[in-house]
Design a protein around this ligand. Structure first.
Ligand code: NAP
Length: 327
């Protein structure tokens, strides 16, 4: 049985999902000969550490570690101090300076620890630096959950489609925008009406700028450009138009002609904009779903779809990355 000692950094929606999924999937992990235990969890309040594995039932009860922390160490200090093989980095994303995630990722890789993350910001800002740090330190660095949540994209391209030349990837990479555009088209309601509905349901933040202005989608386009196409793209290279100017009239006119309007990210063209998509296109998915069409030389176009967010769903992509490292 291969022992894997993991440090979980960030204990919010995704962090809780990961702990729950690792607990739930112990039988499958054992079948794969993997003894995966979380030996430390850190959030902004401190860390809980246990060499034998943190008691998930005890920790999952609370939103933060405040009541159970065994150490005031956090962030980079905890990553370096804990005896672990793997760091799972799931702190909030920031596409301007990348922190605190970027510092955590650098600390993990420079300490020779494998890294799995769902945090886009550091990859948008410093993908090639992180890749080089991983290679120099003989570490594995996986980030399936950063684009499309649970929708398999990186692993599909890197493993199943290996040998294909990838010409382009286009798709819907933001569930909040997709929900708003879907509701506007279905109910003939205004952008602001659909946005407040999305906010009431918890699909949109009180400040929705990051989603509706296309910033989140542009970040995913940069990650795909750098990870799949080997480009050295930056956020400023992406031409971005969000969905705030889309009107119910435009959606109704599109429908009459057999189209929907979706916020589409495209690589390698590095564009994000509302586009007409034929109603029968396989990337035309509704509500909070994401989708991607991968255009290849040998396999033609492969389309995938799935939930772009969610605690357990995102944790599924993280678990898959972990298993692929150690199996
Ligand atoms: N939620 C999803 O469905 C989803 C899907 C795909 C990708 N992602 C990405 O995954 C990451 C985590 O998302 P989330 O929804 O779990 O966010 P979240 O609920 O805000 O949780 C973030 C966690 O990180 C902690 N944290 C903040 N600063 C820290 C620091 N310096 N050191 C250690 N921990 C720190 C936060 O503590 P406090 O809250 O106490 O500050 C919180 O526990 C984000 O980068 C997000 O973009 C999320």
């Amino acid at each position: 049985m291969k022992e894997i000692k993991a440090s979980l950094v960030g204990f919010g929606v995704v962090g809780h999902g990961i702990l729950e999924v690792i607990k739930r999937k112990q039988p499958i992990l054992r079948d794969l000969d993997l003894d995966l235990k979380v030996v430390s969890i850190s959030d902004h309040t401190g860390s809980i550490m246990n060499e034998a594995g943190v008691d998930a039932d005890c920790v999952l009860k609370d939103k933060t570690l405040e009541k159970v922390a065994t150490s005031s160490m956090k962030g980079q200090e905890a990553i370096k101090a804990v005896d672990s093989d793997l760091v799972i980095e799931v702190t909030p994303t920031n596409v301007v300076h990348g922190q605190p995630g970027l510092g955590h990722m650098e600390a993990a890789l420079s300490s020779g620890k494998n890294l799995v993350t769902s945090n886009k910001g550091p990859l948008v800002l410093a993908f090639s630096r992180l890749r080089k740090l991983a290679d120099d330190n003989h570490c594995q660095f996986k980030y399936e959950a950063t684009v499309g949540g649970t929708m398999p994209l990186m692993s599909l391209i890197e493993r199943t489609l290996v040998g294909n030349t990838i010409y382009s990837i286009e798709g819907i990479f933001n569930g909040t925008c997709n929900y708003i555009l879907t509701r506007m088209a279905q109910e003939n309601i205004s952008y602001s009406h659909a946005l407040s509905e999305a906010q009431d349901l918890g699909y949109a933040e009180s400040d929705p700028t990051y989603d509706v202005e296309g910033i989140d989608t542009a970040g995913k386009v940069v990650i795909l450009a750098n990870a799949i196409f080997g480009m050295d793209a930056k956020y400023s290279d992406v031409k971005v138009t969000g969905i705030t100017q889309v009107t119910p009239e435009a959606l109704a006119m599109a429908k009459k002609r057999g189209y929907v309007i979706k916020l589409i990210g495209e690589v390698p063209s590095l564009t994000v904009k509302p586009m007409l998509v034929p109603i029968e296109s396989p990337i035309n998915v509704d509500s909070t779903l994401n989708s991607a069409a991968i255009v290849t030389d040998l396999s033609g176009t492969i389309t995938v779809t799935g939930l772009g967010a969610g605690s357990i769903e995102t944790a599924s992509a993280i678990l898959s990355d972990i298993i692929s490292i150690y199996r």
